[in-house]
Design a protein around this ligand. Structure first.
Ligand code: PGA
Length: 252
């Protein structure tokens, strides 16, 4: 059985006080997490403060939304994996559609990010997902397969222990229009069958594939009940403690 994993993507939201408050609310409420792992992808400027605030049990993992794939150097405004490690941050997000489209991160750059993160022992949430016109044209399976081939499937089988794949159809992100349970599960099954043919049964059976895109307290339980959906990557609904906590509970 794959343990569910629920991640909150705070994006470019919250002030420091709000972030610490939200984190505190989550921490006091998630006492028993035997059923799921929980990650919070916070803005860089709050990573240190959140790690300082973290209690000894450390049930909530703090992750970074971005980094630049180099150790150090002349990359104005960027943050390295070494700097993240120094803050005790070991989980990163790569390939989010907002970075692909707004920040123009292409497949080669994403591949470099994957390599650097894996070399440095990070857990990677790798995002993939098709835009609306691609789904309308019936090309979504092929499109997602291409994204994975371009930037993720060059890894060795053994490196998949630190990979979580997030399927996030672009048309569902922040729109309130989630994929249906079947639409999401079919894509997850497709991704799992690709993992099986390229890397074998163990990797296919053990790699977590989470769904993201307007996942909320009302649809989370039925999505997470699907055979191949191993949790969620949650944007908007992760900014309110009560909503995010119900989503975490929906993974039970
Ligand atoms: P959403 O965002 O839950 O607000 O749709 C998901 C994401 O972008 O990761």
């Amino acid at each position: 059985m794959r343990k569910k994993i629920i991640a909150g993507n705070w994006k470019m939201n919250l002030t420091k006080n709000e972030a610490l408050h939200l984190y505190g609310e989550l921490e006091v409420s998630v006492d028993n997490l035997s059923h799921a792992e929980v990650v919070v992808f916070a803005p860089h400027v709050f990573l240190d403060a959140l790690n300082v605030a973290k209690n000894a049990e450390g049930l909530l993992t703090i992750g970074a939304q971005n980094f630049y794939p180099a150790e150090s150097g002349p990359f104005t405004g960027e943050i390295s994996t070494k700097q993240l490690k120094d803050l005790d941050v070991n989980t990163v997000l790569i390939g989010h559609s907002e970075r692909r489209t707004i920040l123009n991160e292409n497949e080669d750059f994403l591949k470099q990010k994957v390599d650097v993160a894996i070399q440095h022992g990070f857990t990677v949430f790798f995002c993939c997902g098709e835009p609306e016109e691609v789904r309308k044209a019936g090309q979504h399976m092929h499109f997602v397969e291409q994204q994975l081939n371009d930037s993720l499937f060059h890894l060795k089988a053994a490196e998949f222990t630190n990979i979580v794949i997030a399927y996030e159809p672009v048309w569902a992100i922040g729109t309130g229009q989630s994929a249906t349970n079947d639409e999401a599960n079919q894509m997850h099954q497709h991704i799992r069958s690709l993992l099986r043919s390229k890397f074998g049964d163990a990797i296919a059976n053990n790699t977590r594939i989470v769904y993201g895109g307007s996942c909320n307290p009302r649809n989370a339980a039925s999505l997470f009940d699907m055979s191949d959906i191993d949790g969620g990557l949650i944007g908007g609904a992760s900014l309110k403690a009560s909503d995010f906590l119900s989503i975490i509970n929906a993974a039970r």
